[in-house]
Design a binder for this molecule. Structure first.
Ligand SMILES: [Zn+2]
Ligand SMILES: [Zn+2]
Length: 432
């Protein structure tokens, strides 16, 4: 999109172009049409011949033109990461409700489980998300002594800040749950850590045992119980998250959807090794790392989810229909709670291509530089389907004839240059 060819983007592409084949030989698991097509798409990102394009043209004076090459919109692509994040923020924002208190809870797994998740991603990732939900419902019910159903937005993340495989769940959980029997919303002031840790361990390991059903996984589960007697690491963000952040979704996006390595962070590439830097969660400092190209490519592709995998999911009362039904009751109940969040959570609408371009270049791409009026879509070209829209053909076919004959063209400034079917007052040489 607006990220034009920056040096880092060119380096990123070069690394994949030069070493993707070698990488696949080394890791045959990636030697699949699915991955090839993703890499192809990413390499073609922003190339009009490969991805197609949308061409704008001033329909008033015929002078101004602007061409937008399509982007790949893949999470693998560093060029598209920003668009991907914006889209994500907007999607999640729409699911947050004013007046409801949410908590941000992180559920992790110990290092010894990660290789299993890596190898069995397809089988394990969905059950992983579901068992996070069951664990929290169980905790809420235990604390309140009533059977509660909370509302959850679950986001799965598979990498740590340094780009290494480390699957964990970010849950945006309501601060309590719905008691179906009493038809009441029950607010919980806190979730006790030790209980959450132990329960999370139990739910995760039980899921693992039941899903994999191998002797090896059983041994792994047993070893986890022995080694981690206090349960697994869970993290509850202190306080009521939205009150401190204008937008919970924006805040979350930083943790959740930013790519493992950002475009600005590639410092050096010598054909064999890549140096990049990142901000470490643990030390809160900028760490620098040099890895082989294969390790680099591995870190990028290991975060690609299986085909069709949905990484943000909504559960419990947060699932759209249910929530609308009981939202009023939740808000009423929460209004009694001390320290309730008064301000509504800001809903963020994703920027359009035009706004994004304007933001980075300070210029409206769709305003004609000659007459200052807004340009219209002139041509839409797709590499598979060819020319999808061709304004010139539409005009030749008589698109504007009826309008021109109905009214005095001079009275309709938007149409004056297209008075009739035959005469098109445009320098045709410019259209090629
Ligand atoms: Zn892209
Ligand atoms: Zn113009």
């Amino acid at each position: 999109m607006t990220a034009e060819s920056t040096p880092a983007w060119n380096v990123f592409k070069q690394i994949f172009a030069e070493h993707w084949a070698g990488f696949k030989r080394l890791y045959p698991r990636y030697d699949q049409r699915y991955y090839d097509s993703l890499v192809d798409k990413m390499l073609g990102c922003g190339n009009p011949d490969q991805m197609g394009y949308l061409e704008y043209r001033c329909l008033h004076c015929g002078e101004g033109t602007h061409r937008v090459a399509m982007s790949c919109k893949l999470s693998l692509c560093l060029r598209c990461a920003k668009v991907y994040v914006d889209h994500w923020v907007s999607q999640v924002s729409q699911m947050l409700h004013a007046g409801v208190i949410y908590r941000h809870i992180v559920l992790t797994m110990p290092a010894m489980l990660r290789p299993t998740f890596y190898q069995q991603a397809k089988a394990l990732l969905s059950p992983f998300m579901r068992c996070g939900v069951r664990c929290l419902d169980d905790c809420f019910s235990r604390v309140s002594g009533r059977a509660l159903k909370g509302g959850y937005i679950m986001v799965i993340q598979t990498h740590g800040r340094n780009g290494q495989y480390n699957p964990h769940l970010h849950c945006i959980a309501t601060s309590g749950g719905w008691d179906q029997q009493a038809q009441q919303w029950v607010h919980l002031e806190y979730v006790p850590y030790p209980m959450l840790r132990k329960k999370w361990q139990w739910y995760l390991l039980t899921m693992l045992r039941q899903t994999l059903k191998t002797r090896e996984s059983s041994r792994l589960v047993d070893a986890c119980y022995t080694r981690y007697r206090e349960g697994f690491v869970t993290n509850v963000q202190k306080g009521d998250v939205p009150s401190r952040y204008q937008s919970l979704a924006t805040y979350l996006a930083k943790y959740v959807v930013s790519p493992p390595i950002s475009l600005r962070r590639i410092d050096r590439y010598d054909g064999q090794r890549v140096t990049y830097h990142y901000r470490s969660h643990k030390s809160e400092r900028v760490e620098r790392e040099t890895v082989t190209v294969y390790a680099f490519i591995g870190r990028m592709v290991q975060h690609v989810f299986p085909k069709g995998f949905q990484r943000v999911r909504y559960y419990g009362v947060q699932a759209t229909k249910t929530f609308t039904k009981i939202k009023g009751l939740i808000q009423k109940a929460l209004a009694q709670v001390k320290g309730i969040i008064q301000e509504a959570i800001k809903i963020i609408v994703p920027l359009t291509y035009r706004q994004r371009y304007q933001q980075t270049s300070g210029r409206d791409p769709l305003r004609c530089p000659h007459c200052q009026r807004e340009m219209g879509v002139w041509r839409l070209w797709h590499p598979t389907y060819g020319l999808i829209h061709d304004e010139l053909r539409a005009i030749a076919g008589g698109k504007y004839t009826s309008q021109a004959s109905r009214a005095d063209p001079a009275a309709k400034p938007g149409r004056t240059v297209w008075p009739a079917a035959r005469g098109i007052p445009l320098p045709l040489s410019r259209l090629q």
